[in-house]
Write a new protein. Structure first.
Length: 295
C-alpha cells in the first residue's frame, strides 16, 4: 500500500485533488455487514485515493477498526489510513497497536489525542501521551509510516485560548513529523481559508491542509454532531434546515447540493483534496463526486 504523503505529492504535481473517504466501526453486526457489503463497495467504485477508519475512545473499537482496514485493502485494493488515539493507552500499548497495523500492510496513521469515553476532560494515563504531537513523534521514531493529524478551522472545542492558539499547536504536530492534515468538518469555507492562510502563511505549515466535508443527512443529526465537535452552523444554513424539518429525504438532497457548492469553491481556491465524512453511507458522497465530475 502507498504512503499517503506520496499520494498527495503525486496529485499535487499533476494538479489533481486527492479524494478520501472516512468510515467508523458500527456498533452492531448488521451495521458492520451493511458497511462492508453495501456502502464500502459502492464508494470503492468511485476510486478514492485512500480510505480512513476511525478508532473508538480508549481503543474501544480497535479490533473492528483493524478488521475494516484489512477488508478495505484486501477486497478493494485501496490504501487505508488507520486512526490511533492517546486515550487510555500507554506508550507500550501504542507500540503494540502500531505493530498490529504494520502487520496488516497498512502504512498510514492518523495520530490523534482523542476524546475520553463519555466526554469529560482528557486525562493522560501514566506512561502515556498528553498531546498528539508526542504521539506523532513516537510513531515517526518507529519509521515505516506516513502520519496525518487533525486540524480545526474553527479551533478545537477544548482549547479555551482561541483558534489561533489551537493552530499553533497544529504547527507543533507538523514539526513533530506529520505529513498531512485532515480538518474537522465545517460549513463556512471562510473558516477553512482563514485557517489555511494562517497556518501556511504565518506559521509556515507546508504540508497539505485538506478540508473535511460532511454531506448533511438530517437536521437533528448534524445539530448533534456540531455540538459535539464545536463546529458552527451558519445562520442561512440553519434557517434552511429548520424549514426542511423532519423531511430527511429533502434534507439529504439539500445536503448534496450544499456540499457540492462547498467543494466547488474549495477546489477553485486550490484545496489539495477533499476528505469526506461519509457517515458510513454511500449515496450522498457518490452524488457529490458525480456533480463535481470526479466519480
Amino acid at each position: 500500500m502507498q504512503f499517503i504523503r506520496d499520494i498527495y505529492a503525486a496529485k499535487l504535481a499533476a494538479r489533481l485533488p486527492v479524494v478520501s473517504f472516512e468510515f467508523f466501526p458500527p456498533k452492531t453486526d448488521e451495521g458492520v455487514r451493511n458497511l462492508l457489503e453495501k456502502h464500502i463497495p459502492a464508494l470503492a467504485r468511485a476510486r478514492p485515493d485512500f480510505c480512513s477508519v476511525t478508532y473508538g475512545a480508549g481503543g474501544g473499537t480497535r479490533d473492528k477498526t483493524l478488521m475494516i482496514v484489512e477488508r478495505i485493502q484486501r477486497e478493494h485494493g485501496l490504501t487505508t489510513l488507520a486512526h490511533l488515539t492517546c486515550v487510555d493507552h500507554t506508550r507500550g500499548e501504542v507500540g503494540d497497536v502500531l505493530e498490529r497495523i504494520r502487520a496488516l500492510g497498512c502504512r498510514n496513521i492518523l495520530a490523534l489525542r482523542g476524546d475520553p469515553p463519555g466526554g469529560g476532560e482528557f486525562q493522560r494515563v501514566p506512561g502515556g501521551f498528553e498531546y498528539a504531537a508526542q504521539l506523532v513523534r513516537f510513531i515517526r521514531e518507529r519509521d515505516g509510516f506516513s502520519i496525518g493529524v487533525a486540524g480545526f478551522p474553527e479551533g478545537h472545542l477544548a482549547n479555551k485560548n482561541g483558534k489561533h492558539d489551537d493552530w499553533r499547536h497544529l504547527k507543533e504536530k507538523v514539526d513533530a513529523g506529520a505529513d498531512f492534515v485532515l480538518t474537522q468538518l465545517f460549513f463556512d469555507n471562510a473558516d477553512y481559508f482563514e485557517f489555511r492562510d494562517f497556518a501556511a502563511g504565518r506559521l509556515g505549515v507546508a504540508v497539505p491542509l485538506v478540508p473535511g466535508i460532511i454531506p448533511i443527512l438530517s437536521g437533528a443529526q448534524i445539530t448533534k454532531f456540531t455540538r459535539l465537535c464545536g463546529a458552527k452552523i451558519p445562520a442561512p444554513l440553519r434557517a434552511r434546515l429548520d424549514e426542511l424539518g423532519d423531511d430527511d429525504e429533502a434534507t439529504v438532497e439539500f445536503g448534496i447540493e450544499y456540499a457540492t457548492r462547498q467543494c466547488e469553491e474549495l477546489l477553485r481556491a486550490g484545496a489539495p483534496g477533499l476528505h469526506f465524512y461519509t457517515l458510513n453511507k454511500s449515496r450522498s458522497t457518490v452524488q457529490v463526486l458525480k456533480n463535481l465530475g470526479m466519480a
